[in-house]
Write a protein that binds this ligand. Structure first.
Ligand SMILES: [Zn+2]
Length: 348
């Protein structure tokens, strides 16, 4: 089969479009003919320098195939695979949890210590075919396109788990979404609007902010020009917002905390600018603030998201689709932050 592969880490030039053997499935697995695979920032980090990939190469496991957000058609099923049939249109849940630890057994498999991410620890969807456990395959209705389905798992699961499960965003609340032009940010905006929240959104360009306003953002802030917490406080008569969706890390941490109202909740899922942030503990208790983490999401949550997308209550923002061969171009678009929403690779 054709695939985009790499055997050493580096610039986009390490990516090669070539022939590799089709995966062979175990009894509890399915083989999926990939129709669409969305590109994530993690793919870029994996290609450049993530140690997990370097270790894989040191073990002689080459080449690697990226791609965690996958939609396609079931082409083969293993002997013990249940609940799926050849020809089913599916989206794949991106994580493969162990299934037996206490986290897996209590429905919080997103916290499983030994889970593997498809396309990271295992070979992924930048290919004609990918294999996965049958339980990862979630059927999608005809109303949901492969491209839209592939754009959902990581971005929407992350945003949903953050806002609905962790921060428990309620109608009438105010929320600040950082980096609204990215996958998690734009998903967070749609989910927040579903709940009836008032949305403050930041981005690095006025063009991205105009798009965010079209999608329902109420107040938009270009963070290159100003301290966004000052704008938030001014727009709320000094009150602040109830929830901050934070995924930037060190660079925005203090402004994010400063944007919170009394009883405010900050929920974080990422640290693109650094791992360490400080907090004024006196303000933390005086304002009864909550700081919480959030790690991807569960298969059950992904089923909910597929249901909402099929009803067009959520509509993934697709920057563009590109044929699989042009994966390097897709990486460069993300690298230079030229995209608004997802870049999706498709097979002909
Ligand atoms: Zn587990």
């Amino acid at each position: 089969m054709k695939a985009i592969v790499f055997s050493e880490q580096g610039s986009t030039e390490v990516l090669r479009y070539t022939d590799v053997p089709k995966p062979t499935i175990d009894a509890d697995e399915v083989l999926v003919k990939v129709a669409a695979c969305a590109v994530n920032y993690l793919d870029l980090h994996a290609r450049r320098n993530r140690p997990e990939i370097a270790e894989k190469f040191q073990r002689g496991e080459t080449p690697h195939i990226l791609g965690s957000d996958i939609a396609g058609t079931i082409a083969e099923i293993g002997n013990t695979a249940r609940g799926v049939a050849v020809g089913d249109r599916v989206v794949l849940a991106p994580c493969i949890p162990c299934g037996v630890c206490s986290d897996c057994r209590t429905g919080t498999e997103n916290l499983c210590d030994t889970q593997e991410l498809i396309g990271f620890q295992t070979n992924g969807g930048y290919a004609e075919y990918v294999k996965a456990p049958a339980r990862n395959a979630i059927q999608i209705p005809d109303a949901l396109s492969f491209v839209n389905a592939a754009a959902m798992p990581i971005a929407y699961l992350t945003a949903w788990h953050m806002l609905m499960t962790r921060a428990v965003l309620r109608p009438g609340e105010d929320i600040l979404i950082l980096g609204v032009g990215g996958g998690v940010g734009s998903a967070g905006l749609q989910i927040a609007k579903l709940t009836g929240a008032k949305v403050f959104a930041t981005a690095s360009s006025d063009e991205k902010l105009a798009r965010a306003r079209e999608m329902g953002a109420d107040i938009t802030i270009n963070y290159k020009d100003m301290d966004f917490s000052e704008v938030v406080l001014e727009a709320t008569d000094g009150r602040g917002v109830d929830v901050v969706l934070e995924h930037v890390g060190a660079a925005t941490w203090e402004q994010s905390i400063a944007s919170l109202a009394k009883n405010g909740r900050l929920v974080s899922c990422g640290v693109t600018t650094g791992n360490i942030g400080t907090i004024n503990i006196r303000k933390l208790y005086q304002k009864q603030l909550t700081v919480m983490g959030s790690a991807l999401g569960t298969v059950t949550e992904l089923r909910t998201l597929v249901h909402l997308a099929a009803q067009e209550k959520l509509e993934p923002i697709i920057d563009r689709t590109l044929p699989l061969q042009r994966a390097s171009e897709a990486h460069l678009l993300l690298e230079n932050r030229r995209n608004f929403g997802k870049v999706v690779l498709r097979n002909a």
